[in-house]
Design a binder for this molecule. Structure first.
Ligand SMILES: NC(=O)c1ccc[n+]([C@@H]2O[C@H](COP(=O)([O-])OP(=O)(O)OC[C@H]3O[C@@H](n4cnc5c(N)ncnc54)[C@H](O)[C@@H]3O)[C@@H](O)[C@H]2O)c1
Length: 373
């Protein structure tokens, strides 16, 4: 295999870890350069890479086999358009973009865009592939309802309260940055788009009156535009949130997330007419039983739990990315699915902000119109 010549826009922690995972699974990489004013990922990569003043000058140094975008979420749109103009295949981190307006605007560019792969890394996980296969294979019958959670430990919550994700202007929202992965899969399981959503949430944990001295609250470096103190930052996103979603085909979902728990959980409970499934994404374990079976449930333990809680997902995605780039297989998630996952979460956040049930019909009309332009 000849080395893949790669350009990086936004060499942060995430892209550095993805690059290392790519090498781990056999990519031959020539990291030709990066554009990033404060590349926090360099110390993770532990090598010299040529710096460029901005994305434009980096992209002029092509050709590249892949342009990788790992900047904060508010810059994705601008960086995607620059990469599209250069014409090389693009890998961009999730969420694909940060607002409804950016989604509609991006949709208008997609037809003429080069191949685009979005880092919705859960799609590459064996446990998630199995969940989708069980649903598609009919083992659960028709999916009637599901509930799901994502609960983070204080270390992670405090990082979100100090990192750029604390600001809507940079991150979008708590749910958009953290669980667009999950809502991508929920839409895939439902096989339909959300019709109506409701949500409550806000900031009740990382408030000045709860300020506590503990190493957990400064365990992780806050990085680009970081704040010093989780309890006294200018955070304007939620630190906990609940949501209800009714999909167009009648499937109903409830979701609960909290960023300061001592019993961490990321769990999907999928109830179908013929069977029930629980995917425990923290322990990487699946449990399935058919509706009238009273024996022991089928249990699959995927093992491979890792410190970064990604449980080997990055390596699996790196293999999928190489296969897609070499034309051996389709990447497991499309730009369209990535945009629909983002819009779903944006509608949920709108319901939270406005204190009402949001009817999603107009949003999907606007999106389809933009896609078809
Ligand atoms: N798929 C996943 O599981 C996953 C996990 C973590 C992060 N992410 C995503 O990856 C992206 C980066 O997150 P991160 O955790 O690495 O954040 P980070 O803060 O570690 O990295 C962001 C980098 O962008 C750089 N940057 C800032 N302004 C820039 C500009 N104008 N041009 C180029 N670079 C600029 C910063 O200096 C920093 O190095 C985000 O979109 C995030 O949502 C995805």
């Amino acid at each position: 295999m000849t080395a893949k010549r790669v350009a990086v826009i936004g060499l942060g922690q995430r892209i550095a870890h993805v690059l290392l995972a790519m090498e781990e699974v056999g990519w031959e990489l020539d990291i030709a350069g990066y554009a990033d004013p404060a590349p926090v990922g360099l110390s993770i990569l532990k090598r010299d890479v040529r710096a460029h003043g901005d994305a434009r000058s980096l992209l002029e140094d092509g050709p590249f086999d892949l342009v990788m975008i790992g900047s904060p979420n508010h810059l994705h749109y601008e960086h995607l358009l620059a990469a599209f103009a250069a014409g090389y295949p693009v890998f961009a981190e999730k969420p694909i973009v940060r607002t409804e307006e950016e989604t509609f605007a991006l949709a208008r560019h997609l037809n003429a865009a080069p191949p685009l792969y979005i880092g919705l890394v859960m799609r590459s996980m064996p446990i998630v592939r199995e969940v989708i296969a069980r649903v598609d294979g009919g083992a659960l019958g028709e999916i009637v309802s599901m509930d799901a959670t994502e609960h983070l430990p204080p270390e992670h919550g405090a990082y979100l309260a100090r990192n750029w994700r604390r600001k809507q202007a940079w991150g979008g929202s708590f749910l958009l940055d953290k669980v667009c992965h999950d809502f991508d899969i929920f839409g895939r399981i439902a096989g339909a788009r959300p019709a109506r959503v409701a949500s409550f949430g806000g900031k009740r944990i990382f408030e000045p009156e709860r300020a506590t001295e503990h190493e957990a609250y400064s365990a992780v470096d806050a990085g680009w535009s970081g704040a010093n103190d989780a309890f006294h930052s200018d955070m304007d996103v939620a630190d906990h949130q609940v949501a209800l979603v009714e999909y167009a085909n009648g499937m109903r979902l409830s979701f609960h997330s909290n960023s300061h728990v001592s019993l961490t959980e990321r769990r999907w409970y999928v109830a179908g007419t013929k069977g029930t499934l629980i995917a425990d994404l923290v322990r990487n374990r699946l449990m399935v039983r058919s509706a009238h079976d009273r024996g022991k449930p089928e249990r699959i333990d995927y093992g491979g739990r890792t410190q970064d809680s990604h449980n080997g997902a990055d390596q699996a995605m790196a293999r999928d990315l190489l296969a897609a780039l070499d034309g051996r297989a389709a990447f497991p998630v499309t730009p369209r699915e990535s945009m629909e996952a983002g819009l779903t979460v944006m509608a949920i956040d709108r319901a939270m902000r406005e204190g009402c049930v949001v009817d999603c019909a107009k949003m999907w009309r606007d999106y389809d119109a933009a896609m078809n332009q």
